[in-house]
Write a protein that binds this ligand. Structure first.
Ligand SMILES: Cc1ncc(COP(=O)(O)O)c(C=O)c1O
Length: 383
């Protein structure tokens, strides 16, 4: 390995959301990583810092070129800058997208369990939340297309927020699955807001399909939300890239963005993102191998030490979804043990909505020794 992912770096007292809210729990909750960027990328950021002037900044040609090369190579689509808008975050973009394509009290569909801000952002914008549940069968999550279509039709749904790959259940939707959803949405005039933030964490043997590659006919009512923030751990630098192919929807999106008063990209964020797209691939490849080791570690540990807790085998993301049904405990008892006995901060499954109770989400993007400590604390609490 060229890069050292075993090194533990103290993140306390850096204003870290993960580490600095509670100092009494070992944090493996919010989805950022405890790994530093490699020197070749840090050097680019340092060069920009050394320039010393951080005035209003716009996206440069070299930024779009870097994004285009990345997207062509990794996902098989081209980037036409005129169709893209940079914003400070994906949740931010979901909020703007909802306002751009729906009216107050219109119905917006999500699939639960899912990343909790999805429901929040729908409700916060005064839209009607409609939930189509995912189904958990034999350790795997799927959607029921009939139920999905019924939910769309019965509620006159105007927009669907797709999580692809899916946080927290770890599914990487196949082309066929996405195609089926795309066809239903097209039939009912539903705009698809596709959140693909986790798409660079795909496990060996699994294929990611971007919604943008399903065919031109499905791009007319698509808002594609992408970012380097999960891939390269840049959440604090606030850069996301949003594709809005349809000019009318793009206009609405820009108007809502403007109404928020947001205009210019973060200068360091842009430099970092460009450097990552240009130079980050070797680091990412090694990181993914390391994460594979972490997944295997958790799986083996559970089988050997805590067989009543089951890992839902993920296809992507660095977030593991653990099934606590086998403990025979209630949801509240599981939560209580994790916090008060294991002294861990995990994301409790119930915050992800329907179907989340008795699951816990654990972020494994940390050095192995941190994960070992966490799993030992977990096992002790459930013995
Ligand atoms: C599916 C999904 N979307 C969006 C985000 C957050 O994106 P941002 O920080 O850019 O708002 C996360 C973070 O965990 C996520 O899992």
């Amino acid at each position: 390995m060229t890069y050292n992912f075993d090194r533990v770096i103290d993140r306390h007292n850096t204003g870290s959301v993960k580490f600095d809210i509670r100092h009494d729990l070992l944090p493996l909750w919010v989805a950022d990583m405890d790994f530093p960027l490699p020197d070749e990328i840090l050097n680019e950021i340092k060069k920009r810092v050394d320039h010393g002037i951080f005035g209003y900044t716009m996206t440069t040609t070299s930024y779009w070129k870097a994004l285009d090369s990345w997207c062509r190579r990794e996902y098989g689509y081209q980037v036409k800058p005129a169709e893209w808008i940079t914003v400070p975050g994906i949740v931010y973009s979901l909020s703007i997208a909802i306002r751009a394509v729906t009216e107050p009290s219109d119905a917006v569909l999500i699939e639960q369990p899912v990343y909790y801000p999805f429901s929040q952002v729908v409700k916060d914008n005064g839209r009607t939340l409609v939930v189509s549940p995912l189904f958990y069968n034999n350790g795997r999550y799927t959607r029921d297309l009939v139920a999905f279509e019924n939910a769309v039709r019965a509620n006159n749904v105007k927009a669907f927020i797709l999580c692809s790959p899916h946080n927290p259940v770890g599914r990487v939707w196949t082309r066929e699955e996405l195609q089926a959803v795309a066809e239903i949405c097209q039939r009912y005039g539903v705009t698809v807001i596709a959140d693909e933030i986790h798409c660079d964490f795909i496990r060996p043997g699994v294929q990611f399909t971007s919604f943008a590659t399903l065919g031109d006919e499905y791009k007319q009512k698509l808002i594609l939300c992408t970012a380097p923030s999960k891939t390269f751990n840049l959440a604090g630098l606030q850069v996301s890239n949003i594709l809005v192919p349809n000019p009318e929807i793009r206009q609405c999106f820009k108007r809502e963005n403007q109404a928020n008063g947001y205009n210019e990209i973060n200068a360091l964020g842009m430099t970092a993102a460009e450097a990552c797209y240009n130079m980050g691939k070797p680091w990412l490849e090694e990181l993914k191998k390391y994460l594979e080791g972490n997944i295997a570690y958790v799986n083996n540990f559970l089988v050997q030490n805590l067989p009543e807790v089951k890992l839902v085998e993920p296809e992507g993301t660095y977030l593991l979804w653990l099934d606590f049904h086998g403990t025979g405990l209630s949801n509240n008892e599981v939560k209580e043990r994790i916090e008060n006995k294991a002294k861990l901060w995990l994301d409790h499954g119930d915050i992800f909505g329907d179907g989340g109770a008795l699951f816990e989400r654990i972020n494994i993007a940390c050095p192995r020794s941190t994960l070992e400590q966490a799993m030992n604390q977990l096992a002790k609490a459930f013995k």
